[in-house]
Design a protein around this ligand. Structure first.
Ligand SMILES: N=CN[C@@H](CCC(=O)O)C(=O)O
Ligand SMILES: [Zn+2]
Length: 430
């Protein structure tokens, strides 16, 4: 028997407590709202942990967890292929970043400065900057260079504990460049420990000089069939937003995506409440993301349709600090996924930092933020088999942090607290 063991961890985070509980009626321990309508954070543990714990890994999967002493009798440390002493440290599931635009080219740091001087994100886009500027760069950049650039970002993400990441296309906006991006996403992930999940996002912006309806036709009639034939993308995403894609155009694209075997995701109600949250519910999307302007009723519809909400605190932070309200999620006893949204407008790859912002900016508890970047991120990517947890049978994707509890991940935000990362049971960092 060849196994690895991580032992004597101060704390081991196994995954969500009460996995089956989704709504207050399912879960009697979920609090009802206060008189002012804003429910407090749950007063019961949302995360299952063990102290002085060990975890045994074999064939790339978690075999068992438990008290170090007990586990050590059945799986002696001296017989392990790899043994990691995690005394004084916390062991967490590998982080899942379920929303990124990590494949891009060019520099938009001057837009950071323009926003500080008062320009809005939409103004920059309307002037041909923002996404459209990155499109010009990506069209001019070779696929090989894009692969290298994404690999560098994957390295940084992995060093910060991310073991699964979604990467969108959407800086091509023509068939050839969208296919080039998806091919680069596939190649970058091929020989890298991070699992890369590819999303087609030809409907990320309307190209300059083109009418939105005409471009929607191009996405549906040309891009989607070519993307399906290429066979790389798993999801189809749309930026459903005022002056970008309407609800009707988004519905057309996402329904065509479904016909081509791509699961829908939506950038919904970020700046204007256009109806993307409702559309995500109607289409049973895998996730609805941003949700800054969604009303409580929109969120009710979303959660009743079992769509995973994805909140992006880094984007909210970078655009001035208007964060989504957690109340409707708490009323349902649902924890949203939390992702980085890493892109040229939100230049941050660390899910630990996203967790800090989720706590400080949005009022998540550290435990909720941890679930947001692990099991809930996995839900937004339709992952099963325990991805984002350390339950028996889950993939052996683990992070060891320099701190005695999971709270140290959002608590420490000046340096990277991730010390060791294992992917499929092999040490890949540390
Ligand atoms: N909102 C649309 N897309 C990205 C931004 C991409 C960019 O500005 O390059 C987002 O999710 O924040
Ligand atoms: Zn996005």
């Amino acid at each position: 028997m060849s196994y690895s063991i991580i032992h004597d961890a101060s704390e081991l985070v196994i995954g969500p407590a009460n996995r089956a509980a989704k709504t207050p009626s399912d879960d009697p321990t979920v609090e009802s709202p206060d008189a002012d309508g804003s429910p407090d954070p749950p007063d019961h543990p949302v995360v299952e942990t063990e102290s002085d714990a060990a975890i045994v890994l074999e064939n790339g999967r978690v075999v068992t967890t438990g008290p170090s002493e007990e586990i050590g009798r059945e799986y002696p440390i001296e017989n392990a292929e790899t043994a990691v002493d995690a005394s004084g440290k916390c062991v967490l599931p590998g982080f899942v970043d379920c929303h990124t635009h990590a494949l891009f080219a060019g520099d938009r740091s001057d837009e950071f400065e323009a926003k500080l001087a008062g320009k809005s994100y939409q103004e920059i886009l309307a002037e041909g900057g923002g996404i459209l500027r990155t499109v010009r760069h990506v069209r001019e950049t070779s696929e090989d260079y894009l692969v290298e650039s994404l690999r560098e970002h994957l390295e940084t993400m992995l060093a910060h504990g991310t073991t699964t990441v979604e990467v969108k296309s959407g800086y091509g906006l023509d068939t050839d460049t969208e296919l080039k991006m998806l091919s680069a996403i596939e190649r970058a992930g091929e020989d890298h420990p991070v699992d890369v999940v590819p999303t087609f996002m030809g409907a990320h912006a309307v190209p300059e000089g083109v009418d939105a309806d005409a471009y929607t036709d191009t996405v549906v009639d040309e891009q989607l069939p070519a993307v399906a034939e290429q066979g790389i993308a798993e999801f189809c995403d749309v930026f459903c937003e005022e002056d970008v894609f309407s609800v009707a155009q988004s519905r057309r694209i996402l329904e065509a995506g479904v016909e081509h075997g791509l699961k829908p995701k939506i950038h919904a109600d970020e700046f204007v409440r256009l109806g993307g949250t409702r559309l995500a519910a109607e289409l049973s999307a895998a996730s609805a993301d941003h949700l800054l302007q969604s009303t409580d009723d929109d969120v009710d519809a979303l959660l009743e349709a079992d769509v995973t909400p994805v909140l992006l605190p880094g984007t909210a932070f970078g655009l001035g600090g208007e964060y989504p309200d957690l109340s409707p999620y708490r009323e349902h006893g649902v924890i949203p996924a939390v992702a980085t949204d890493f892109n040229p407008n939100c230049h941050a790859r660390s899910l630990g930092f996203a967790a800090t912002l989720a706590c400080v900016g949005m009022g998540m508890t550290p435990a909720e933020a941890i679930l947001g970047i692990t099991s809930r991120g996995a839900a937004a990517l339709d992952r099963d088999e325990g991805v984002g947890t350390l339950e028996a049978g889950a993939p052996a994707d683990l992070v060891v942090i320099d701190g005695p509890s999971y709270r140290h991940l959002p608590y420490t935000y000046d340096v990277n607290v991730v010390e060791t990362v294992l992917k499929d049971g092999a040490v890949v960092v540390g």
